[in-house]
Design a protein around this ligand. Structure first.
Ligand code: ZN
Length: 139
């Protein structure tokens, strides 16, 4: 299977069956972000306990890339500590912008390799991460 096929398979899987999709009853932090150039919207909600992301959910609408990326992000951050998550967020930004050195294993997020050359698509792939970054600044 080529990287491109793998990319399509993983992205379509997350888009058609998004993980952690919905709303939380009592979120500690919520944030709404949008990407006007594509029409993507994401609401991210989290519950923090003991310095960890105890629960995370998102809902939204938009292109395949923005929604699949949000789904993958929630799966990756669930249960992790705030420090760990900040590190992942920084590394994903280094990876997708090519500015900075990636020093962790980004696992499935590496399938976004092909997106790097399209700045408008980078915005789609990063939308959920910018929502996360906003929340992390409030904690
Ligand atoms: Zn988009």
């Amino acid at each position: 299977m080529s990287l491109r096929e793998l990319y399509q398979e993983i992205v379509m899987d997350h888009y058609s069956d998004p993980r952690n999709f919905g709303k939380l009853d009592k979120a500690d932090y919520t944030v709404h972000v949008n990407n006007p150039s594509c029409g993507d919207e994401i609401d991210l909600e989290i519950i923090v306990d003991n310095g960890k992301i105890e629960q995370v959910k998102f809902h939204g609408q938009g292109c395949v890339l923005s929604q699949a990326s949000a789904s993958m992000m929630t799966e990756m951050i669930q249960g992790k500590s705030i420090t760990e998550i900040m590190n992942i967020a920084d590394n994903f930004r280094y990876f997708i912008t090519g500015k900075g050195e990636v020093n962790i294993d980004l696992e499935d997020l590496e399938i976004f390799e092909g997106v790097k050359q399209f700045p408008l698509r980078v915005k789609c792939a990063c939308l959920a991460w910018s929502a996360l970054r906003e929340i992390l600044q409030k904690i």
